[in-house]
Design a protein around this ligand. Structure first.
Ligand SMILES: NC(=O)c1ccc[n+]([C@@H]2O[C@H](COP(=O)([O-])OP(=O)(O)OC[C@H]3O[C@@H](n4cnc5c(N)ncnc54)[C@H](OP(=O)(O)O)[C@@H]3O)[C@@H](O)[C@H]2O)c1
Length: 383
């Protein structure tokens, strides 16, 4: 470990809803030797949290360039839960690139990730600094599962991912959606490019498929993993395999019990997107939705889950099918476990290269194994 820096890992945004859960997760799973600290903009709340975990406190407003530069200089790895990232996150990423500090966060804000790639990827490749945005529920479970499936297949095949989830909504997530809508940058679904209708029966799984809220983010992250991994292994794998991973699509859906439920979920998603797109809708969501810093109850976090099934090839005659069951609610328990294990993997030097990367292209099997080892996910036989 690089003893020249004061810390191995600093958790920024630690006073937020996911931030304090991430601090708890670190306290539970960090090796004794890990030198870590909690950080945030509100001095008294960061200090209270630091005292609770017996670690140092660092006060840094994400918009204060000097403060985040000092933070990034002092540690080998930064984990950030300080979102909306397109509003508060850029100076910290710039500081991490400047000081060669590895970084991971919880963003699902695609346009912002795109900006990071354009601004920093090449430099990070050259200097060996690894940045992994989207290290929470979006997009670790989908990205790692698709990666595992692609490795198993020895032929060209399109993939479908199906999520079944239970959990609540965080104020931070709602307000990140509002921030994207205000910048007119909400993802739009390109339904004509998909091989399936929005709602369809999946006899194989005895369920109905309906649009999934996070599909646009996960599909984009998976597509980038395919491009990055195909480049990385360009010299090692066969031409067929390279073509496969570059050109076979991945489509993501949510699974529900019946047609009526599937239609209801589709309308609900359309209605929420419509509300986010209108100024009046956003006013209502601000007023009546969860506020920043709020999130689901402890029992909702504990009793939540996500099941992810990935099917290769024709949905009626699949080539292969795998299922992973994740413990806890997607927005919080799964998210912080993914983020913390990503951070610990970066501290342990497990990233295979530098760049603005995806979970699978940076850490792949190693991260999946870590998550299995801490009981976050189990592979199960398919139904
Ligand atoms: N990838 C996923 O699956 C996933 C899941 C859940 C959440 N998220 C995302 O993660 C982010 C956090 O979610 P959350 O539920 O934890 O939200 P939250 O409770 O509102 O927390 C936001 C955090 O950002 C901090 N912050 C805000 N402005 C800041 C600034 N100028 N400088 C430094 N810190 C600042 C807040 O500090 P204060 O405490 O001082 O206000 C707080 O710690 C959101 O963007 C959300 O969309 C992603």
């Amino acid at each position: 470990m690089d003893q020249e820096r004061d810390f191995d890992l600093i958790l920024q945004g630690s006073t937020g809803f996911t931030g304090h859960l991430a601090a708890e997760e670190l306290a539970l799973h960090a090796p004794d030797s890990l030198r870590w600290a909690v950080a945030g903009r509100d001095s008294s709340r960061v200090r209270a949290l630091a005292q609770r975990f017996g670690v140092p406190a660092i006060v840094a407003d994400g918009l204060d360039k000097h403060a985040v530069a000092h933070l990034a200089q002092r540690t080998r790895v930064v984990l950030s839960c300080a979102g909306p990232f397109s509003v508060f996150g850029t100076p910290l990423v710039e500081a991490c690139v400047e000081h060669g500090t590895h970084y991971a966060d919880l963003t699902g804000e695609l346009p912002w990730i795109g900006e990071l790639v354009v601004a920093h990827h090449q430099r990070c490749v050259e200097q060996g600094t690894t940045l992994i945005p989207a290290s929470g529920f979006d997009s670790v479970p989908a990205d790692l599962a698709v990666h595992a499936m692609r490795q198993q297949l020895d032929q060209d095949a399109p993939l479908h991912g199906f999520f079944t989830i239970r959990g609540g909504l965080n104020g931070g997530t709602l307000h990140s959606g509002i921030a994207l809508a205000e910048q007119d940058r909400l993802p739009t679904s390109n339904s004509s490019a998909r091989s399936t209708p929005a709602v369809f029966k999946v006899p194989l799984l005895k369920r109905w498929a309906t649009p999934f809220l996070m599909a646009a983010v996960n599909e984009s992250v998976v597509a980038r993993s395919d491009r990055l991994l195909s480049k990385k292994h360009g010299g090692d794998v066969s031409e067929t395999k390279r073509k496969r991973s570059l050109h076979t699509p991945y489509e993501e859906h949510m699974l529900v019990r019946g047609r009526l439920r599937a239609m209801q979920m589709k309308w609900l998603l359309q209605a929420s997107t419509g509300m986010l797109r209108s100024a009046f809708g956003r006013k209502l969501l601000r007023r009546f939705g969860p506020k920043p810093g709020e999130g689901p109850s402890e029992s909702s976090i504990r009793n939540g889950f996500a099941r992810f099934i990935v099917v290769a090839g024709d949905l009626e005659k699949p080539l292969a099918m795998r299922r992973w069951d994740w413990d806890g609610d997607p927005s919080n328990r799964i998210t912080v476990r993914c983020l913390v294990q990503t951070g610990l993997a970066l501290v342990a030097g497990e990233a295979t290269s530098g760049g603005v990367l995806t979970p699978a292209s940076a850490l792949g099997d190693t991260l999946l194994q870590r998550l299995v080892d801490v009981g976050a996910v189990k592979e199960k036989p398919c139904p």
